[in-house]
Ligand binder design. Structure first.
Ligand SMILES: Cc1cc2nc3c(=O)[nH]c(=O)nc-3n(C[C@H](O)[C@H](O)[C@H](O)COP(=O)(O)OP(=O)(O)OC[C@H]3O[C@@H](n4cnc5c(N)ncnc54)[C@H](O)[C@@H]3O)c2cc1C
Length: 325
């Protein structure tokens, strides 16, 4: 059995859950293992319905008011109980802030190996080999988990395409009674949302990013206008943030956010490795840079070697005209 630990917020699945389901559906085909999605929360009906429509075998729902807010203690407590009762082969968790928080604790509680930040897998005979990225994504490392399953793995956001998740299933839904074996050691005092108007870049399908090539803060309106015309979110390289043209939340890269949109515009960005590691898994990368030798062109699918001050307003006009037409 492959377990997918669903991540959700405000009664909706987060995009990472669909990515985990794609991972699970591929492993399921190769290893002939059924899939169970596990949902922990309070009032999980809508999330269970979303999962039920996916091509999986079962949804386990642990519904309890004490699970309304995530804490690592309650998650590990409940998940350990569920996984120990089953003949689990693989437990898939998102390599997100939440997943990175509870996955190691769960692995310790189950005394099973955890392979963190997986981006791919392969089958060699009966063995599962998991690939993870190391050294700021400069190298891939293949790992064969030792011992008997279950194996735990977290999957990096963007590694598996969420839009390839197969639907059309009619999964069995099992509501399990929730019992806590120990009282939680932590509680959430307050949840602070990001300021309004600021997109969550980690799940944005289109990102228009600007770099130092914009020259000064006043010119960044070009990036915002293109983003608006194309229905995208705005991102930035680190110098833009260091110069306080934009707040830190916009920064993409090794010390900023990791993103994997369908479309990523890199405008006036050279393509330093610290920027690339945060965006190179984007499905389609379009680079605009006046320097044909800029490293960004090594990862770009489409490149425009030109002055951004000419190209960006022209592109914005084209997208605006397309919308009106
Ligand atoms: C520990 C550490 C962590 C870091 N973390 C990050 C991170 O998270 N994210 C990040 O982005 N960086 C990070 N950096 C910084 C990184 O090394 C680069 O310095 C940075 O990414 C460069 O930003 P840039 O491409 O905007 O600027 P530059 O490297 O200065 O590139 C500007 C580009 O704009 C082009 N350009 C200029 N004018 C025009 C024009 N008129 N039209 C078209 N193109 C033009 C130039 O040809 C050039 O390629 C980090 C560095 C360190 C040491």
């Amino acid at each position: 059995m492959i377990f997918v630990i669903a991540e959700h917020r405000d009664r909706k699945l987060k995009p990472i859950t669909s990515e985990l389901l794609v991972f699970a559906q591929r492993v399921s085909r190769d290893f002939g293992q059924p899939i169970t999605a596990v949902v922990l929360g309070a009032d999980t009906g809508a999330v269970v319905d979303e999962l039920k429509a996916r091509k999986i075998d079962r949804v386990i729902a642990a519904d309890h008011e004490q699970l309304a807010e995530y804490t690592p203690d309650t998650y590990v407590d409940v998940l350990k109980g569920i996984i120990e009762k089953e003949k689990a082969f693989l437990v898939l968790i998102g390599h997100t802030t939440q997943g990175m928080d509870f996955a190691p604790r769960l692995a310790v509680a189950l005394r099973r190996p955890l392979i963190a930040g997986c981006v791919e897998y392969e089958k060699q005979g009966d063995r599962l080999i998991l690939t993870r990225q190391i050294f700021n994504a400069k190298m891939n490392m293949k790992t064969i988990p030792r011992g008997e399953p279950p194996y735990l793995a977290t999957a990096s956001p963007g590694a598996f395409p969420a839009d390839e998740v197969e639907s059309g299933g009619n999964a069995e839904v099992v509501q399990i009674p929730v019992e806590f074996r120990r009282s939680p050691q932590r509680k959430i005092l307050e949840r602070v949302d990001a300021p309004k108007g600021q997109a969550d870049l980690s799940s944005a399908p289109i990102i228009v990013s600007g770099g130092r090539g914009l020259k000064e803060k006043q010119n960044f309106h070009l990036i915002f206008e293109l983003a608006e015309a194309i229905g995208g979110s705005v991102g930035a390289s680190r110098p833009v943030v260091d110069a306080e043209w934009l707040p830190r939340e916009y920064q993409i890269g090794s010390s900023g956010q990791t993103v994997s949109p369908k479309l990523y515009f890199a405008i006036g960005i050279s393509g330093a490795i610290q920027h690339l590691v945060g965006m190179q898994s984007s499905r389609c990368i379009v680079a605009i840079n006046k320097d044909a030798e800029a490293p960004i062109f090594k990862v770009a699918h489409y490149g425009i070697v030109e002055d951004l001050f000419k190209v960006v307003p022209a592109l914005t006009k084209i997208f605006k005209d397309l919308k009106q037409g």
